[in-house]
Design a protein around this ligand. Structure first.
Ligand SMILES: [Zn+2]
Length: 113
């Protein structure tokens, strides 16, 4: 009686746990992304994973897409320059206005006096 229970207790491990693990080894699919500099990046995704439209190229940092023929355009890498240029433009405009005002004032002063 007791011996029978002992034997049943020592089940050898082809149990449902091992089988489930094997079943969950999800097939992976490899997706290639191309950046604007034609770098190919192959990324493995689980078959049920959502593949993003864009992938950052690990080589140059540009966004890479799945369409080799039409990779996503490189973003303008100078937003700060653009902003600075914008600020400079505004400042120079202001300076220009000030200079113009000054010049006009001198002119008026010369004329009016
Ligand atoms: Zn790249």
């Amino acid at each position: 009686m007791a011996g029978g229970n002992a034997i049943r207790g020592t089940r050898v491990g082809a149990g449902p746990v091992g089988e489930a693990e094997r079943g969950e080894a999800a097939p992976r699919r490899r997706v290639s992304f191309w950046c604007a500099q034609a770098h190919e990046t192959e990324v493995a995704f689980a078959s049920d994973a959502e593949v993003p439209d864009l992938w950052d190229c690990p080589r140059c940092g540009l966004p890479a897409g799945q369409d080799q023929a039409t990779p996503p355009p490189a973003p303008r890498t100078e937003p700060y320059k653009t902003h600075l240029a914008y600020v400079r433009e505004r400042r120079s405009d202001a300076d220009g206005d000030a200079l113009l005002e000054e010049a006009l004032a001198k002119l008026r002063a010369r004329r009016g006096a």
